[in-house]
Design a protein around this ligand. Structure first.
Ligand code: MRU
Length: 364
């Protein structure tokens, strides 16, 4: 998508042909800084520290991390080590394992001398595929927005609520939840987004708001607890969120707090859609609550907040009392029964086993 008119992606191979460029998302929204990854360890650190984050981008970054590793050492041992190191970075987004398995399949049976080039080729393909998939998600989700817009009186705008950042910053480009929104906006449909701030890391306030702002999409940042109130008052037409893993039966794992939004949506008859690329489907698990590992991150993410002071300095402050224990579960699971539909690159699906299997037989 565009930043101040310049087409930009979240990850790219640098002109030196040897390193990988990323946007350091830990510094947004107040500083836009690109960083270079030159080694396996730097790629792993970028994923773990959330310089890059969002399920599809984690997958793409891991793919390029494999390339960086194989460029330095193409032995079987190095290949296995790179897989293990990258796989350990974040446990919940299944796109990570999917991308690593794709990379393994692309290089494993090749002579050592060919492995690095094969890895770069497959990593580039994974990045391009992500862009194409998200565009297809956008086209499919756009139809839902258009149907709602057609029922509005006097051209009133469609209000979408989203949680966390499933925008282009979470993918290689376009985003998943945001792809239909950008397409609606670009087509001239009146659209407005409520962006949940998404404590503790504030991906909604820091990232979703930043990218919607850069693209000129009308939006309002709301505290995480506001969505239910807005829905009770008819101010939300639909919810669209992203996901880190969808199970074979259609349960949806996404950023902590998504489940509460789904409950509020169900209670208020607000359609609750989940946008996902097929690499986010994990056909090996069924019951998301019981089977998906939920990442727990450091207490400092809850206890501390970083922001810009009135005089323009970036400061980190503590927001809980000294000594108070905190819990930091990064994701939760929304059962399929609360999901209206899954917006995929192959259409809007019912959140159930039969529909997922029929749409993606090669994965099932
Ligand atoms: O912890 P994060 O920021 O990586 O979590 C991101 C999310 O939960 C997104 O909603 C999800 O990855 C979908 S991204 C298209």
């Amino acid at each position: 998508m565009k930043i101040d008119g310049k087409a930009t992606r979240t990850i790219w191979v640098e002109a030196d042909g040897a390193t990988v460029g990323i946007i350091d998302q830990t510094l947004l929204p107040h500083r836009f800084v690109a960083a270079k990854l030159a080694t396996l360890d730097e790629a792993a650190h970028a994923i773990k520290s959330m310089q890059v984050r969002g399920a599809p981008l984690i997958g793409a970054a891991a793919a390029y991390g494999m390339w960086l590793a194989l460029k330095a050492d193409a032995s079987d041992e190095a290949l296995g080590h790179a897989y293990t190191v990258l796989h350990a970075t974040r446990p919940t987004a299944i796109n990570l394992k999917w991308a690593l398995d794709e990379m393994m399949a692309a290089v494993r049976n090749r002579p050592r001398a060919e492995r690095a080039l094969a890895a770069l080729t497959r990593a580039n393909e994974i990045a391009e595929e992500d862009v194409a998939i998200n565009q297809a998600i956008g086209r499919n989700g756009l139809k839902l927005i258009e149907a709602i817009a057609a029922q509005k009186k006097n051209g009133a705008c469609v209000n979408v609520l989203t949680h966390c950042n499933a925008g282009w910053l979470a993918t290689v480009d376009w985003g998943t939840a945001t792809a239909p929104i950008y397409m609606a906006h670009d087509k001239g449909l009146p659209i407005h987004v409520f962006a949940d701030e998404t404590r503790p890391r504030n991906q909604g306030a820091s990232l979703t708001a930043w990218e919607l702002n850069k693209h000129g999409v009308a939006h309002t940042v709301i505290p995480d607890n506001t969505g239910g109130h807005l829905m009770q008052h008819g101010l939300v037409d639909l919810v669209i969120v992203g996901t880190d893993r969808v199970t074979a039966q259609g349960d949806v794992c996404n950023k902590i707090g998504t489940y509460l939004k789904a409950l509020a949506a169900a209670d208020n008859n607000v359609p609750f859609y989940v946008a996902l690329p097929s690499p986010t489907i994990d056909f090996t698990v069924s019951d998301g609550v019981a089977e998906i590992p939920i990442e727990q991150r450091g207490p400092e993410e809850v206890a501390m907040m970083t922001g810009k002071t009135l005089d323009g300095r970036i400061e980190t402050v503590q927001v809980v009392p000294d000594g108070s224990p905190v819990a930091n579960y990064a994701f939760d699971v929304t059962p399929a029964r609360l999901v209206t539909g899954l917006i995929t690159e192959r259409g809007v699906l019912k959140p159930d086993r039969a529909a997922l299997k029929a749409a993606f037989p090669e994965r099932a």
